[in-house]
Design a protein around this ligand. Sequence first.
Ligand code: AMP
Length: 277
Amino acid sequence: MRVFTSPKEFQRACIEARRTGELALVPTMGYLHAGHETLLRRAARHSTSALTIFVNPSQFGPNEDLSRYPRDVEGDLRKAEACGIDLVLTPKPEDVYPAGFDTWVEPGALSLPLEGEHRPGHFRGVATVVLKLLNLGQPTHAYFGEKDFQQLALIRRLVKDFDVPTEIVGVPIVREEDGLALSSRNAYLSAEERVRALALSKGLREAQRLFDAGERRIDVLESAAREPVAAVSERIDYVTLRDVDTLLPPVEVTPGRVVMLMAAVVGKTRLIDNAVL
Ligand code: AMP
């Protein structure tokens, strides 16, 4: 495994790898967990696999957790190696955004609701850094988790709109045995908060159970998902059923075409989760 801090050197290694085969890229913010590792192992099936670890300042709001976001590069490198990753980029912010950097990707309608509403500017930062990472690695495939459902939809749109010749592969949410969706931010949770955080996956299971039993009323499904979360969380940003493609309120509620999305604060930690019904 080769580890780079210089984006340009990483790019040279990626272009070299592309001469002889496929290259799969997994962009992350590090503090890797079993969810990330699933993406890494999928990527490692390609002839060359690359991981980027970058806590991207431009996707954090002024009152968000940029400075305290958990980091463990050494542990991450051990995990990446065990998953069979070939190339790693761990750049410094000033290598990604050098003096004079002045061009931003402005995502459209998919960036406006949900996370976009509660984290202004977040997706502008995400879209910009993802486009940069795709241009650096020039991968044939890039792996993203469905955990960040809106982000995945937006990135699929981004590569279409900007003619990026990379296949975007979505990977289902990896959960703990008790249902909690794995997230680097789970590290913030105390033992007591960790128990309360189970309400998110519980709400999703409740909605799924009703849906499987034939319920199609949006308000009933949303209430079922919201109730357990409302009972234990400090704040709910949203619990809402949306069309899987547009992320707008669904016109037709049919299997595989709607997703229940939620964001809520437990303790001081903002958690997101979702399920396609
Ligand atoms: P992050 O480091 O949080 O930016 O995540 C890097 C990538 O891993 C993103 O594409 C996430 O959607 C994905 N990811 C994070 N958590 C999970 C999970 N529990 N299951 C599947 N993918 C995940």
